[in-house]
Design a protein around this ligand. Structure first.
Ligand code: CA
Length: 222
């Protein structure tokens, strides 16, 4: 699951990013409303977390403009205490929920899960390839009915490969998805994670699912 956080207070933004990554989400951050709006338009996210008070374009305006562009990604607004007006305007503008700052991290993740569950009622909550199953809400992974324990990054890579099953996924795409935009493209970090993943899910005598495409990237085939 991919989340965009738009928050101009870097400390808060990085705290949210780090926390959500530990909870198996992939997180992009924008530090102003204009960048955030453009990223939300360009990329596909599962949830958007928007601070209301932002430079260049505030969270309410972003919400309104995205909805008029027919982008229906669930939106969680971060408001400050006692700004009831913002909450009402935010929900009217098309936001799905709001959270008052300061908040407990557990509350943020609980609300994100609720938004995902609501969104996923129209969609499947499980991804399957051969005998490999991913539960998108609980983040549990099974191969041949046996639970496999993955780290958050391994999980994020596997989820992305399954979403794109039978398609070649380049290393650059994987880095963009699992890390943020400014990662060194020359790094071999993706290969390191793929090897770890293979050791966990592609053990003999099970059928090999992750295949290397020389010089390009990887493909997950059923
Ligand atoms: Ca702010």
């Amino acid at each position: 699951m991919r989340i965009l956080v738009v928050e101009d207070e870097k400390k808060v933004a990085n705290f949210i990013k780090k926390g959500l990554e530990e909870e198996y989400f992939s997180v992009d951050v924008a530090y102003n409303g204009k960048d955030g709006y453009e990223m939300a338009l360009r990329e596909e996210y599962d949830v958007l977390i928007l601070d209301v008070m932002l430079p260049y374009k505030d969270g309410l305006k972003i919400t309104k403009d995205l909805r008029s562009e027919k982008i229906n990604t669930p939106i969680l607004l971060l408001t400050i205490k006692d700004s009831t007006g913002d909450k009402v305007t935010g929900l009217d503008a098309g936001a799905d929920d709001y959270l008052t700052k300061p908040f407990a991290f557990e509350e943020l993740t609980a609300r994100i899960r609720a938004l995902l569950r609501r969104k996923e009622t129209q969609k499947t909550t499980e991804l399957k390839v051969d005998d490999l199953t991913l539960d998108l809400i609980s983040h549990k992974v099974y191969r041949n009915s046996k639970e496999i324990f993955l780290t958050p990054k391994e999980y994020a890579i596997l989820e992305y490969l399954i979403h794109n099953k039978n398609k070649i996924v380049s290393r650059t795409k994987l880095i963009e998805h699992v890390y943020d935009y400014h990662f060194d493209p020359e790094t071999n970090i993706v290969d390191v994670y793929i090897n770890k993943l293979r050791n966990k899910i592609d053990q003999q005598p099970l059928k090999q699912l992750i295949h290397t495409v020389r010089g390009v990237g990887y493909i997950l085939k059923d």
